[in-house]
Write a protein that binds this ligand. Structure first.
Ligand code: SF4
Length: 114
C-alpha cells in the first residue's frame, strides 16, 4: 500500500515526464523545418511555386510579378501576410517541412483575412 508521499512522488514523476516529452516534441518539430534556400528538396519544391526569399529585392529585379490584389499592395504580399504562413516557426502549409523567409513570397500567396 502506498502512502500519500509515494502517491505525490509518482504523480510528479508522471507530470514531469509528460512535460519533458512535450517540450522535446515541440523542439524537434521546430528543428525539423529546413530553411527553403538551404535544403535542396525544399528549394526544388519552392522553385515550382516561383518562391523568392526576399520579395522587395525580387520585385526590383523583376524576378516575380505582383499586382495590386484587393487591399494588398505588391510589396505587402510577403509570406508573413500569407494565410499559409505559420508565424511561430516560419512554416508554410504549401511547403511542408520547410521554413520560409517572412519577407519571401511565391505565386501561391493568398492574403490573410483580417
Ligand atoms: S504560400 Fe504563402 S507562406 Fe508559402 S511560400 Fe508562398 S507566400 Fe510564402
Amino acid at each position: 500500500m502506498t502512502n500519500r508521499r509515494d502517491f505525490f512522488k509518482q504523480a510528479f514523476a508522471v507530470v514531469g515526464a509528460g512535460a519533458i516529452v512535450q517540450l522535446f516534441t515541440k523542439s524537434n518539430a521546430w528543428a525539423a523545418l529546413k530553411p527553403v534556400m538551404k535544403d535542396a528538396q525544399c528549394k526544388a519544391q519552392a522553385a515550382g511555386l516561383g518562391y523568392v526569399d526576399n520579395l522587395a529585392q525580387a520585385l526590383k529585379q523583376k524576378k516575380i510579378q505582383k499586382s495590386q490584389v484587393a487591399n494588398w499592395k505588391p510589396l505587402d504580399q510577403k509570406c508573413v501576410n500569407c494565410m499559409f504562413y505559420g508565424k511561430s516557426d516560419n512554416s508554410c502549409q504549401i511547403l511542408p517541412g520547410c521554413a520560409v523567409n517572412p519577407n519571401g513570397s511565391c505565386n501561391s500567396w493568398t492574403g490573410k483575412q483580417s
